[in-house]
Design a protein around this ligand. Sequence first.
Ligand SMILES: *Cc1c(COP(=O)(O)O)cnc(C)c1O
Length: 368
Amino acid sequence: MIEIGKHIEGIEPYKPGKPLEELERELGIKNAIKLASNENPLGPSKKALTVLKKSLAGLHRYPEGSGRRLREAIAQKHKLKSDQVILGNGSDEIMDLAAKTFLEPGDEAILGDQTFSIYQITVAAHHGVGIRVPLRDGRFDLEAIGARVTPLTRLVFICNPNNPTGTYVPFDQVKRLQNSLPAHVLLVLDAAYAEYVQRNDYESGIELVATTDNVVMTRTFSKIYGLAALRLGWLYGPAHVVDAVNRIRGPFNVNGPAIAAGVAAIRDTAHVEHAREHNARWLAWLTEEIGRLGLPVTPSVANFVLIHFPQDPGRTAKDADAFLTKRGLILRQVGAYKLPHALRMSVGTEEANRLAVQALKDFLGTAA
Ligand SMILES: *Cc1c(COP(=O)(O)O)cnc(C)c1O
């Protein structure tokens, strides 16, 4: 038999939100509403779709390998240097490239204990050791993280805002952590939800990348830009880091239609603004309404809420998930994130949000 590497054996596969087609195939539920993957409920930019359709005529051509046009559009929007931007097939690929570039067998990467599960998978896949540091009051504990740095530490992943809690750490704390890191440690700031944050003390990482030489920031088109299916993410980092990652990046890792659509999406500021306003309104509404049902909600600055359930039989997160699923509402179990008593719910359309709150109310009523 082919032997599997020891480092691979221990990896728990990533569990995505239940796809709509699976609900239809397995349970016969049609027209379900997916609130499990933090997708944009308003969909993609219409301008991006127009460009995407046009780009299909060029499918026989290899894309321009570095995605120059999109890197320049990103650079213009965020006032960066385009040669310090790398595109990825989703920011998942960016995480993987970082681990692949910088980890040697046995090296350590520090991550939150309740955070995006991709970091652990990618670190283990590249023979690294994930060091999990518990959150404190639902937030990344940057002091505790700083205290776990050793000569073996090469990477620190900070998910800010954090998935699945929706909490964030203010810029001054991130800066203090960066300041305390030895020069051999690369700080990876995953700012997948940055566009949603409306807090004066938050900074996505752009300033820190620009002013230091051991920080990278990752971003995605999967969330506020509503282009999750195209697989498009990016990294902004210091020139020497970008140079190292570019040596091993697949030469055509991002496809041509995605590059073209990404340019149109990033220029469609009205669509992003609309999505941001929709989210701010309904995030507050969901937090309030669900809280009023007696279910604690972790205060979120992103496009999802973490809802906590009791552990009494019939009222648990698993029971609630089954109840909601039968109504065609797909939320996300977060047991894999070590939160077995919670469900994560994305902010949806007005209709979806109202249906979800009503379903939760009915669930609690039934169980009583
Ligand atoms: C959704 C998400 C991403 C985005 O991943 P893509 O591969 O770009 O789709 C990255 N980080 C976190 C924490 C996320 O929740």
